[in-house]
Write a protein that binds this ligand. Structure first.
Ligand code: F3S
Length: 401
């Protein structure tokens, strides 16, 4: 891998131990994956935030950098944490977990990383443009950036994202290069796709089929932004799809050929398989989780309209970024939701928070990604469907038949 003079000097230790270690991480990664050089990044999204995933060893890793004065060179934001940093006590998060979680966020913030704690940085003041090189971490955000925006990022782990933030660069391989961005299989969607839930079910089926490939969709109607969020998040969770194209819609598919000659095409006649995988629970629901990926202000507005004047029978959380929560307070959506007994929860989500300790057995969600992770990581049964059905479940404690 070729390094310029500054990069070589950093690697040689001439700019101090902290930057040298960061460069060693990027050079090792680039060498393993065949990068030709480093490229400047427009922004970084740093994962490795939730204490649930990090534990004390991860906390010590973050502290090593922070306590040595590491400072970011690229605009950088944090992935969700394990608690709502403001309301953890009221929401019932364990005190010891919360104290450790808050400390980790502070360590990152001391390095200049914005403690946004969101998986939708593109809705929280970090909107890249087509062709930008990024070093983002969270799988749904990576998919959105690559596919909907046409920016270029691999799915970074915590250490490589932090190193990219400190150096303002990332190794050029994988989705930073044209070749890796070509479709590997085409899906001709003949089933009706009319809702976000349909996009989630479709994403589960396709993600399981292509695993790490790059799907190209044909036959889809014009999708709205929340539908893209659900489609990409589902494929990232069901497989590890980091980039997809939609004929005539996503930016790269509109600008250049993305389908190599002779590309295999699979017809999707039905979404039944996806819906079946996401509906493992019975009729009784004891928790409702909305806002995965983190709800935008528009999505919060729609949920507020459904909950206004109603009363929830079971706990219902709408997880979002602190910035969308602030807007929701200003516009009255927050009050309408909270008056129903539901909670607008910032900085975290059901998957990275210690949900097991709350003891819920069946969770209803409008997120296919959320359902898959709740099943596998949190050992919960799930009910899956549109937001309106989830709200009905919140009001009755039963999944609507
Ligand atoms: Fe975001 Fe958590 Fe879902 S990180 S995409 S809300 S699982």
């Amino acid at each position: 891998m070729e390094l310029d003079r500054w990069e070589q000097a950093v690697l040689d230790g001439e700019r101090g131990e902290v930057l040298q270690k960061a460069m060693e991480i990027l050079v090792a990664l680039g060498t393993i994956y065949g990068a030709d050089r480093l490229v400047p990044v427009a922004s970084v999204q740093v994962a490795g935030v939730s204490y649930k995933n990090l534990g004390d060893a991860g906390r010590d890793f973050v502290a090593w950098w922070s306590e040595r004065g590491a400072t970011v060179r690229a605009p950088s934001m944090l992935n969700p944490a394990g608690i709502d940093l403001e309301r953890w006590e009221e929401l019932g998060f364990p005190a010891d977990f919360s104290r450790r979680q808050a400390e980790i966020v502070s360590l990152y913030a001391a390095m200049g990383i914005m403690p946004t704690c969101t998986c939708t940085p593109y809705e929280s003041g970090n909107l890249p443009k087509m062709g930008d090189h990024l070093a983002w971490s969270e799988s749904s955000a990576v998919s959105f950036a690559n596919s909907y925006i046409g920016a270029r990022t691999n799915r970074e782990g915590g250490p490589s994202a932090l190193a990219a933030a400190l150096l303002g660069r990332t190794p050029r391989y994988g989705y930073h290069t044209d070749g890796a961005r070509l479709a590997t299989v085409c899906f001709d969607v003949r089933a009706a796709v009319t809702s976000e839930a349909d996009c989630g079910a479709l994403g589960v089926q396709v993600g399981r089929t292509v695993c790490q490939g790059v799907p190209l969709f044909s036959g889809l109607p014009t999708l709205a932004t929340p539908q893209y969020k659900q489609l990409g998040a589902a494929m990232a969770a069901a497989g590890s799809v980091a980039l997809y194209h939609v004929n005539g819609q996503t930016p790269e598919a509109r600008c250049r050929p993305v389908a190599p000659e002779g590309l295999e095409c699979i017809a999707v006649e039905s979404l039944e398989e996806g819906y079946a995988a996401l509906n493992t629970g019975g009729e009784a629901v004891d928790f409702v989780s909305l806002g995965c990926p983190h709800a935008s202000i528009g999505e919060i507005r729609d949920i507020a309209a459904l909950l206004r004047g109603a009363t929830c029978a079971i706990p219902c959380w709408i997880t979002t970024s602190a910035s969308a929560l602030g807007q929701a307070r200003r516009y009255g959506y927050y009050d309408a939701i909270e008056a129903s007994g539901a909670r607008v929860v910032a900085d975290t989500c059901m998957v990275v928070s210690p949900i097991e300790e709350f003891g819920y057995e069946t969770v209803a969600s409008n997120s296919a990604k959320g359902c898959l992770y709740l099943q596998s990581w949190c050992k919960a049964e799930t009910r899956f469907g549109p937001v309106a059905d989830c709200v009905k479940a919140a009001l009755t404690g039963r999944w609507p038949s």
